[in-house]
Design a protein around this ligand. Structure first.
Ligand SMILES: Cc1cc2nc3c(=O)[nH]c(=O)nc-3n(C[C@H](O)[C@H](O)[C@H](O)COP(=O)(O)OP(=O)(O)OC[C@H]3O[C@@H](n4cnc5c(N)ncnc54)[C@H](O)[C@@H]3O)c2cc1C
Length: 336
């Protein structure tokens, strides 16, 4: 299908009101679409199952032509695990020429995930958007520490850009949008939501700052069932579960479980780092640990410099083996 239209991520606030950056992007998209022939503005809103009439009306009043609502009563709040995936599925289902996303915490995660999955470029934190040669998106952004601005012409589709809040003005217009309700893989979503929430609820109560054993996961564990394996091993070892900032941003831990400079400093007898690279900001939080075991598939990962025991290998295999053998090894240890 020929890419057509401008797709905007319709981010909602916690109270389900529309974030101002969305209205600003829709307003800007109205100007862009006049410069390309026959384009529609589509806004994709992801959220709980509520009445979306006012949201659709409001988005219409800024110029949205279509509002796709991906809603499910199992969705209660934003989660990095499924929102980016759902937005990407919408972008695949209605392939747009251009994707515009607010450069918010959510927006940045969604934009980078979508660009990777759609194998396209992304211009982040744009200060202006226009249509350039061959009707391609022309994005302007600061470069060289803000001393220069660069005009970037994206030649792959969809052409993606993120924009900070209040870079553009919002302006209403007389308009009526078409509403499309969409459900994407509800079973898959349900499994992820239920599993992750259950794991966090069960394990977040254990304080990482005072626990004897802490097992923490990083970006490497934020895929497939990496964190499920961590939570499973932690249960056996009576350990607390923590994580890197990446794990927090992807929704696998709570803020109270984040380890490092902007999280908690920990001093357990045993610290197990799983799929964590060992950035300085993380290391500053684990310096006072007794023994450190690191599991990473990159033998050059910095975490190994701080580890008493380094396991170079795939975390999924290593965690599964540790979990399977833990009872046997523990029983043998008790018999000695
Ligand atoms: C001001 C500031 C404050 C910050 N504060 C913190 C903080 O408090 N805490 C914190 O953690 N970070 C903090 N950060 C972020 C920090 O700089 C790093 O970005 C972050 O720690 C990286 O997290 P990570 O190690 O999980 O991810 P990555 O750096 O992406 O590392 C993932 C690792 O997983 C490994 N891996 C991938 N797949 C597998 C697999 N299958 N098996 C085994 N290994 C695998 C990879 O080899 C890689 O080493 C801060 C940054 C800034 C700028």
């Amino acid at each position: 299908m020929e890419p057509n239209g401008i797709l905007i991520y319709g981010e909602l606030n916690k109270d389900c009101s529309i974030r101002p950056v969305v209205k600003q992007l829709v307003t800007k998209a109205r100007e862009l679409k006049t410069k390309i022939w026959n384009q529609r503005i589509m806004v994709c809103v992801i959220g709980p199952r509520i009445n979306y009439d006012n949201i659709i009306k409001e988005l219409s009043s800024y110029g949205a032509d279509d509002v796709v609502i991906v809603c499910d009563n199992r969705i209660t709040e934003y989660n990095h695990n499924y929102y980016p995936e759902m937005f990407t599925k919408i972008a695949k289902k209605y392939p747009p020429r251009i994707i515009l996303i607010g450069a918010t915490l959510q927006g940045k995660a969604i934009a980078s995930y979508t660009a990777t999955k759609l194998d396209t470029g992304l211009t982040a934190d744009c200060t202006n958007l226009d249509i350039g040669e061959n009707c391609l998106l022309l994005s302007t952004r600061p470069t060289f520490g803000g001393q220069l601005t660069a005009d970037i012409l994206c030649r792959t589709y969809p052409q993606m850009a993120t924009v900070q809040e209040n870079v553009f003005k919002e302006e209403t217009v007389e308009h009526v949008a078409n509403a499309i309700f969409d459900w994407i893989n509800p079973e898959e979503t349900e499994n992820k939501i239920t599993l992750i929430k259950k794991m966090i609820k069960e394990h977040s109560a254990k304080n990482i700052a005072t626990a004897d054993i802490v097992i923490a996961g990083g970006a490497g564990a934020c895929k497939d069932n990496g964190f499920a394996l961590i939570y499973q091993l932690a249960q056996k070892m009576k350990a607390a579960v923590g994580g890197s900032r990446e794990a927090l941003e992807k929704g696998y831990i709570l803020k109270s479980q984040q380890i490092g400079q902007t999280g908690k400093a920990i001093a357990p007898k045993l610290y197990i780092a799983v799929g964590i690279s060992g950035a300085n900001q993380h290391i500053s939080g684990i310096k006072n640990s007794g023994k450190i075991i690191a599991i990473n598939n990159d033998k050059d990962a910095p975490i190994f410099k701080y580890a008493d025991i380094g396991i170079v290998g795939d975390l999924f295999e290593v965690l599964q083996e540790l979990t399977d053998k833990y009872d046997t090894v523990k029983a043998e240890g008790n018999n000695e």
